[in-house]
Design a protein around this ligand. Structure first.
Ligand code: HEM
Length: 453
């Protein structure tokens, strides 16, 4: 009896401590441990390890390591993963039914796996946590994706083109006011970030007043794709994901009460052929992914494109004389400086890749940015050439069943966004002080100061 009274007040404290320990374990298994293992492998010369370390310490794309990995064979076996920078092999992996999307660190078999599963029970919903489309496989993936595909078809996107042109023109007009008197303006803040968020927010029915909040959530959560985050950063990212989810729950509730014409209202009301709706978690995950993917990547396409065109005046001149080349120019920007550098897969059944056996449980990293520079596919691959005939053969939107749902939208926004700014400000000059974003898988600019004339 005495014992029972003594332990009773301790139980809630023990529970609280256990709950507080889960994020620390998630971080340890998902970031600290892989970081030290990879660091050690890199010091021993492992190419994949060197690649990860290089990408986490510098904003330059490690093109030489891509080339070295490709030169070592169609699929390179590193100490802890398989990795490929060969374009046909990247496509093969991404289409292979024996691999599934995503990489689970610390959730395999054994005691570490059990610990990982325990810690992941309270993981906030994010782009890489189920039921996000990015890590869901058929049949659930097929069912969920079908409900949103229609809205992003090439035809549906063509209808959005005029509205996107208007948004771009409005943003460029306010840019002009900001740049009056020869003052430099930050093109990322005032243009590249605002164009995609305005378009996707209109598609999803997010009110104007909420857009800055959504942008802030996106920026804070973007490093969630990266490996080896510091504890502070990891906590910030998880905090942002929790706030984003709470905001989505409220927003979806509002659409339930007062539906509009927008995609989110359609998703809330959608039923599959058997009359089944998305579950609440599926709805939140899909809406969150479409919203965040809708602007976190396209902002990079615009900023990478502006910088590339600025640095290649001959290509800019060509586009001025032959504006029909703009769609191909956007493909070339996507090829040479892709907004998403790589993606990961896990083998679920013993399989073969490029004729080589790859066992169940293996992790395969497909280097999209490396495949885009495969010299067997792209002649003189490190050259930026807007006339390149096969520029669109890149894999910047991935391939296979997870091929980017928003590719048509992103391409249209890239064409409108880059052509409009280039034609309106033909003498635009980048000012000193441009900085790259410190995310590692997503690649773009944090700031791009420029003089408009
Ligand atoms: C230049 C801009 C963009 C790039 C480079 C890009 C890139 C990608 C990549 C590489 C993937 C697949 C990742 C994997 O295979 O693991 C993907 C998936 C996805 N993207 Fe995009 N994306 C862009 C714009 C957009 C836009 C505007 C939307 C908004 C609708 C969007 C929505 C999605 C969704 C929902 C998925 C998940 C598809 C699935 O797993 O079935 N993306 N994107």
């Amino acid at each position: 009896m005495l014992l029972r009274t003594a332990t009773r007040p301790l139980a809630p404290r023990a529970d609280a401590l256990r709950e507080a320990a889960r994020p620390a374990v998630r971080w340890g298994l998902g970031h600290a441990l892989p970081k030290s293992v990879i660091g050690a492998a890199a010091r021993r010369g492992d190419l994949h390890g060197r690649l990860i370390v290089a990408s986490s310490t510098s904003s330059d794309v490690p093109v030489d390591l891509f080339d070295a990995i490709r030169a070592s064979g169609p699929i390179h076996r590193s100490r802890y993963a398989y990795v490929t920078a060969t374009l046909p092999v990247v496509r093969e992996v991404l289409a292979n039914p024996d691999v599934r999307a995503g990489v689970d660190l610390g959730t395999g078999a054994g005691p570490l796996g059990r610990l990982g599963r325990w810690a992941h029970r309270t993981t906030p919903m994010g782009p890489l946590t189920p039921p996000s489309l990015l890590v869901t496989e058929p049949p659930d993936h097929t069912r969920m994706r079908k409900l949103v595909t229609r809205v992003f078809s090439v035809k549906a996107v063509q209808r959005l083109r005029d509205r996107t042109e208007e948004i771009a023109e409005d943003l460029l007009t306010s840019l002009e006011q900001q740049g009056r008197g020869g003052r430099p303006v930050d093109l990322v803040e005032a243009y590249c970030a605002l164009l995609p968020v305005t378009v996707i927010a209109e598609i999803l029915g997010v009110p104007d007043s909420e857009r800055q909040k959504v942008l802030d959530f996106g920026t804070a959560a973007a490093p969630s794709l990266d490996l080896g985050l510091s504890w502070r950063r990891f906590r910030r990212v998880e905090g942002a994901l929790v706030s984003f989810e709470a905001w989505l729950v409220d927003h979806i509730d509002a659409k339930r009460r007062d539906p509009g014409e927008d995609l989110l209202s359609q998703m809330v009301a959608a039923r599959d052929d058997d009359g089944v709706a998305l579950t609440d978690r599926e709805l939140i995950a899909t809406a969150g992914l479409v919203l965040a993917a809708g602007f976190e990547t396209t902002v990079n396409l615009l900023s990478n494109g502006i910088a590339l065109l600025h640095d290649h005046p001959d290509q800019r001149a060509l586009l001025r004389d032959e504006p029909d080349r703009w769609p191909n120019a956007v493909e070339e920007v996507l090829r040479i400086d892709p907004p998403v550098l790589l993606t990961g897969r896990t083998v679920v059944r013993d399989t073969e890749v490029a004729g080589m056996p790859v066992p169940r449980g293996a992790v395969v990293t497909t280097l999209l940015a490396g495949a885009n520079r495969d010299p067997e596919v792209f002649a003189d691959p490190h050259r930026f050439d807007v006339t390149r005939e096969n520029a669109a053969d890149h894999v910047s939107f991935s391939a296979g069943r997870h091929f980017c749902l928003g590719a048509a939208l992103a391409r249209m926004e890239g064409q409108v966004g880059l052509q409009r700014i280039t034609e309106r400000y033909p003498d635009l000059r980048l000012a000193p002080g441009a900085t790259r974003r410190d995310t590692r898988i997503l690649r773009g600019f944090e700031t791009l100061p420029a003089y408009l004339s």
